[in-house]
Design a protein around this ligand. Structure first.
Ligand SMILES: [Zn+2]
Length: 245
């Protein structure tokens, strides 16, 4: 409903602006155009916005449980260390992996699955800066190729995370077709850009509550030590890391 409204606004805006322009009011025409496009831009760039389609930003539970999600692997240095840390703390996580990396390290993908963790689709090539402005053809390629890659290594994922969390109105129909659920998050630490482990940890734990979805990344300078600190702190506060049913 909201998605249709946003799309209709964007389709009607240009002819409306042209009509206003023809009456000699360029400032009003520009204002009308920007006002009509603003909701689309907002919904595209805000990872937790539901206007374009359904997504998960937490999960239902009455226990002290969180869902740990780990993006951007598999990584030959980090994945084995992550798996050992998760085992040490009795924690389960979902790894949102990149198709190209998975194809380069199939043994890591199989190991992640064998140790009882979830595997999600994080696109074939992870075009982080461009994903939100790709057209339907390129988007389908990114999402469906990753499904095929992962399907051939373990089983076809049912969960998807958009690179940097941003996605445009073309994404949701493709996810529906591939039977994928979009997973956003409750908290992220910005560990992809910030190397201050304590600050990242504080962001992840700021609003800790049952059912929270937490995101961290492989292939960052602080990756294994961050995961160890996070798992220790969650353990200290009595939280378990589970895969929601
Ligand atoms: Zn990513």
């Amino acid at each position: 409903m909201m998605r249709s409204l946003i799309l209709a606004l964007n389709l009607l805006a240009p002819p409306t602006a042209v009509a206003i322009l023809s009456t000699g009011h360029p400032v009003i025409a520009l204002a009308a155009l920007l006002t009509a496009h603003a909701p689309l831009l907002y919904a595209t760039l805000m990872p937790n916005c539901r206007w374009l389609g359904p997504l998960l930003r937490d999960f239902p539970t009455d226990k002290n449980e969180v869902w740990l999600t780990i993006d951007d692997g598999p990584d030959p240095d980090d994945s084995p260390r992550f798996l050992d840390l998760l085992d040490r703390f009795g924690a389960k996580a979902t790894f949102f992996v990149i198709g190209d990396k998975a194809a380069r390290h199939p043994e890591l993908v199989r190991e992640i699955a064998a140790r009882g963790h979830g595997i999600g689709n994080h696109t074939q090539t992870h075009p982080a800066r461009r994903f939100w402005r790709l057209g339907p053809g390129r988007l389908r390629e990114e999402i469906s190729r990753c499904q095929k890659t992962l399907g051939s290594l373990t089983r076809r994922p049912t969960l998807f995370r958009a690179p940097a969390g941003m996605r445009n109105p073309f994404v949701h129909p493709i996810l529906r077709h591939e039977q994928l659920t979009l997973v956003a998050w409750t908290a992220r630490g910005y560990d992809g850009t910030d190397t201050d482990r304590q600050k990242v940890l504080a962001r992840l734990l700021k609003n800790l509550r049952p059912g929270a979805i937490l995101v961290l990344h492989e292939s960052t300078p602080i990756a294994p030590r961050l995961l160890e600190s996070l798992l220790s702190e969650l353990d200290r506060r009595g939280y378990a890391c589970v895969l929601p049913r």
